[in-house]
Design a protein around this ligand. Sequence first.
Ligand code: NAD
Length: 486
Amino acid sequence: MARPEAQPIASHFIDGAYVDDTAGTPIPVIYPATGKTIATVHAATPEIVDRALASAARAQIEWATTDPATRGRILRRAADLIRDRNRELSELETLDTGKPLQETLVADAASGAEALEYFGGLAVDHTGTQMSFGTDWAYTIRRPLGVCVGIGAWNYPTQIACWKGAPALATGNAMVFKPSEATPLCALKIAEILCEAGLPNGLFNVIQGLGAVGAALTTDPRVAKVSLTGSVPTGRKVAATAAGELKQVTLELGGKSPLILFDDADLDDAVSGAINANFYSSGQVCSNGTRVFVQAGLRDAFLERLTARLDGVITGDPLDENTNFGPMTTEAQTRIVLRYLEMAKNEGARVVTGGHRIDREGWWIAPTVLTDLTDDMQVVREEVFGPVMSVLTFEDEDEVVARANATPFGLSAGLFTRDLARAHRIVRQLQAGTCWINQYNLTPAGLPFGGSKASGIGRENARAAMDHFTEIQSVYVGMGPVEAAY
Ligand code: NAD
């Protein structure tokens, strides 16, 4: 199969055009399925950072007063263009991340388009409130914040750019987006498409770089808000830096989410849920339900059906649509996952299936199911961010709720049961930003998404995201004479 062109026209997209500054540190773009370099971009120099912020600040002034209907129309046009080019964008996502094309064709550009369409539609409907104080009255306006920074993780480069860009732009902000240094390609295409859809120059800029470029953006006084998707340690740094300048932050961070399978659940649905919650994107999904609590009566049947279903895993060239399981996105993450597997084995875990590197070029780890675990093992407590499912057993509701919540994380949770009263009773007790009942990992644009506890601050998607990209201005209107003491 002919490979799509990976090398972008230039490293950055600023003020409506591709620009480069080869003085920046070269960043190789490596196709994870082969470990070979397929493109090179350069990290933003201070001049590039400044150009991006300056163009965003300039463009945002007019955009803030642009009719929201016009703003929305541009975003919806971009959604249409993304859908028209789904295959091309999906292939690029596959080259950037290694995720199988079978997956990216339906998940990534599609999710980005959905966000642009959703926020494009809502742009006209982000309203304030009105209240009375006797004959005086007041109203509130939702004002854009100004220049917002988006910083992305490497697992969903197209989706993250759109989930941050769409609500920011719909509400009248400009954005400077820094993709992960591991997956720099996709966001450039989104910037290009937004311009083609009619977005005025300077409103969505993409610049490349490692953590230092993210930090430079976070500290710049021109920036009003930072929205980060990344790990908890990076989240702490970004929040601390932003606090110095009193910037607003949205943090979408890591997780170690519980998936609870009651013994009255439909077995096939429960197994499908567990597969989707652990092996999609080779397990590199923040909201994955990696602590799978199976009620004792269901355990053996669950493991038997799960291992049989995992026979259906097809590894191979991710650009081949028959492949349904891809490599890890980075070599560093591959090493991290292999280290967790070693630790788990040393601590006495039993490997039901997988547990090893797949012997082919690139960065591959077999889908892995572990049992004979205790809640205090490192592989059960910490985010592994790879295709590693920890299967734990439980007896009753109170026990499983306590164990599910015994984590510093709180991104997501899921449960499978046919008893809907129990389902709702349990979700009210789970400390998690998003819970799925008899489903897992679906994140429609209309549903708020984000973390509790160490998994984050704020919410993406839905009207909640528009609130996070705006601030309330209160306007008091005096209708009578003004009294004064003297
Ligand atoms: P990471 O924290 O290493 O990097 C995330 C981004 O932050 C990168 O673009 C990086 O360059 C940048 N960065 C690093 N240091 C910085 C600093 N000091 N200031 C500003 N920016 C800085 O995360 P990752 O390894 O790219 O992604 C994996 C993590 O992301 C996992 O923990 C995963 O759970 C999390 N994640 C969360 C969500 C969510 O929505 N909650 C979604 C996807 C991934």
